[in-house]
Design a protein around this ligand. Structure first.
Ligand code: NAD
Length: 421
């Protein structure tokens, strides 16, 4: 490649862009065709969703089974590249089922829009003037989104704080917006921008940022489930899981991985339904760190019968309208498959999957270790990495697992032997 500066790249057609990339990247016709494949998403649609589109990137999608949430059965689509996540969620859901399934609920779907005001002569006085003007501010916001108001949502409240920063005191105004079935970023950002002139007038300061906060503390999703000790494999397994939880609660190195396991389940459903997984990730981890100490997103306890009780509480800004949820054909089909009617119901399903995923990981870690369960799935990846063709994969996997040596170099040796025959 000579240069990555390509004037007017965004103005070219998708085919023209692909041709440029193919030449620059020395791609074969076959490789270019793979890049160009947009799967279920029409190329023209992909081209309208983001910029500089040349193709698509497909992920496997599996269905998690056995989920019973608030007495309703769900088949749950999960889009993820990591082996064993879908199997683990299904397995945990089966164990939860024997304890009555998951119970989930949500707060109202309220998001926060932030407005940053600097150079305010009297920050504390300005704060009170802003709070006094609450009704006017809410009116200005709601005029911007009559559709959201029609669906029962809209701006609900105004809060203000003076914060100390590297650049001196700032007045930060929060607008709380009930987003109903939208994730709400566009809706909230529009409102935050709309109230900025009035806030400058009220405070005598200058507005800079006007943007949604992903720390969605007013849009929480909670789920709980009882996993009978017997279904888990006995009292020792319950004890092992409680030891693992105590470790995560006390140590950020472990807690990071504990929460990663939770997000394995959460992200996969968020992606399958076309939602913004970066927003969910940002919200989850900032919520976990809110007390100034990074904490597990789940809590594990034993009840009076010695059964394991798990619970989760996590911000869950997901929508059914807006974003890719309403445009991506696979996301639309997945929402239909889930049989959900509201964004809150989707949030409940997602929190339940996060809890199930965490249980499965903790149980595996506290018993035989994670690698044994992962072995044949991991071996498949290794076989492909070693260059196995589709019809060779099974035999390579079988031999790697039998030898308990799951390594690329061994897979290559096995392949060479097979091909030498
Ligand atoms: P949107 O603006 O496309 O759709 C929301 C709008 O749909 C509402 O404002 C409302 O007018 C209308 N609507 C119709 N029926 C509705 C119903 N039943 N409930 C609620 N609203 C209804 O989408 P959005 O949800 O405002 O924004 C989501 C997008 O914003 C995502 O693609 C996200 O990636 C992106 N985004 C995220 C961030 C962030 O997270 N920090 C920042 C900017 C943009």
């Amino acid at each position: 490649m000579n240069t990555s500066e390509i004037p007017g790249f965004y103005r070219k057609t998708l085919d023209e862009r692909l041709e440029i990339v193919k030449t620059a990247g020395n791609l074969t016709a076959e490789e270019a065709a793979v890049v160009a494949n947009t799967g279920s998403l029409e190329a023209a649609m992909a081209d309208r969703m983001i910029e500089n589109v040349v193709g698509g990137m497909t992920l496997p999608m599996g269905i998690a089974v056995n989920f019973l949430i608030n007495g309703k059965d769900y088949l749950i689509p999960m889009a993820i590249e990591e082996p064993s996540v879908v199997a683990a969620a299904s397995n945990a859901a089966k164990m939860a089922r024997s304890g009555g399934g998951f119970h989930a609920e949500t707060t109202d779907p309220v998001m926060i829009g932030q407005v940053q005001i600097v150079d305010v002569p009297d920050p504390e006085g300005a704060k009170v003037r802003v709070l006094e003007a609450r009704e006017r501010l809410l009116e200005v916001c709601n005029e911007r989104d009559p559709v959201l108001v029609k669906f029962g949502g809209g701006a609900r409240d105004v809060e203000a704080r003076v914060i100390e920063t590297l650049r001196g005191p700032m007045l930060i105004v929060h607008i709380s917006v009930d987003c109903r079935d939208a994730m709400g970023a566009n809706a909230v950002n529009t409102m935050a921008e709309a109230v900025a002139p009035l806030l400058e007038e009220l405070t005598g300061g200058r507005v800079y940022l006007r943007i949604i906060s992903n720390l969605a503390v007013k849009r929480l999703s909670r789920a709980r489930a009882t996993f009978p000790a017997e279904a888990l494999g006995g009292d020792e397994v319950v004890d092992g899981i409680l030891q693992a939880y105590a470790f995560a609660a006390a140590d950020p190195y472990r807690c990071s991985t504990h929460n990663k396991g939770v997000m394995n389940g959460i992200d996969a459903v968020v992606i399958a339904t076309g939602n913004d997984w970066r927003a969910i990730e940002a919200g989850a981890h900032s919520y976990a760190a809110m007390g100034g100490h990074y904490k597990p997103l789940t809590v594990w306890e034993a009840d009076e019968n010695g059964d394991l009780v798990g619970s989760i509480e996590v911000p869950m800004a997901v929508g059914l309208v807006g974003g890719a949820t309403a445009t991506h054909p696979t996301a639309k089909a997945n929402v239909k498959l889930l049989g959900i009617k509201t964004a809150s119901e989707l949030a409940q399903v997602i929190a339940s999957v996060g809890l199930a995923q965490n249980l499965a990981a903790l149980r595996a870690l506290a018993t035989e270790g994670i690698q044994r369960g992962h072995m044949s799935l991991h071996a498949r990846n290794i076989a492909v990495m070693a260059g196995a063709e589709i019809d060779e994969v099974d035999e390579v996997v079988e031999r790697l697992v039998a030898e308990k040596v799951i390594r690329v170099d061994r897979a290559q040796e096995i392949l060479a032997e097979m091909r030498g025959k």
